[in-house]
Design a protein. Sequence first.
Length: 257
Amino acid sequence: MAHAETRAEPLAAAPAADVAAEPIYQVQFIVVRPRHREDLQAEDWPNIRPELASDALTAGDYAAEQPLESTPDFSWVAEAEWDFPNTLRRLQESGAYEVLMHRSWRQQATPRENAVPYVVKLAFDERNLPTEVATTGSNIAYSNTGYVYSNALQNAGSTDGAGLIGTVAFGKARYLHFSIDLLMSEHSNPSQSSWQGNWQSQSAIGSSAEQLGLSSVNQAPLKHFHLQESRRIKTEETQYFDHPGFAVLAHVRRLEP
């Protein structure tokens, strides 16, 4: 007796798995230095500039956009959405620290091994004062004609002068990581110019030392302070990267998809 042939029904196609969207993070950092630096200036700090891995990014005179701006879902963060309002206020009220730089943006976490950095390039004048406004909501930069919105790198000066230069990077491997590679170079004997007043209140903010009428000759040798560190981080925790010459406070917050 012949048996009827049976065929297995084909398996139904499995529904496509939902692919979780990459989260967006709000990244923020502040660079500060102590205002009273007499003891620091008296110490024997290196006067030979170390090489940085980011020198190729910061070399030369140019006006370029931040590499971060091309990363997925990148956007600058407006002042009203900063995560550090109380910290900034305390720093400003204490008078013990000077805020050199404050930046905030949103991005996906790029792979740690090739994380796209925020490139820092901020020049100092002969009195070791920054030549642009430190805190810039929505990446506002200061020009001689007033406040303008700009995503360009800070100052397009030489990398071997006084100032703050290097990179800050946020990336992800198995865990989130925040990396600092910054060099602050200062004149060892700042010029005692007759130019007076709080630099942040002057109409000349954003001008070069030459435009301010400060002498650029017979400058004392530079002293270099290098801060390089990479660490695993957790969101919603303020990270403190310390150096006798300056410090960096960083904060990362994961945003809801």
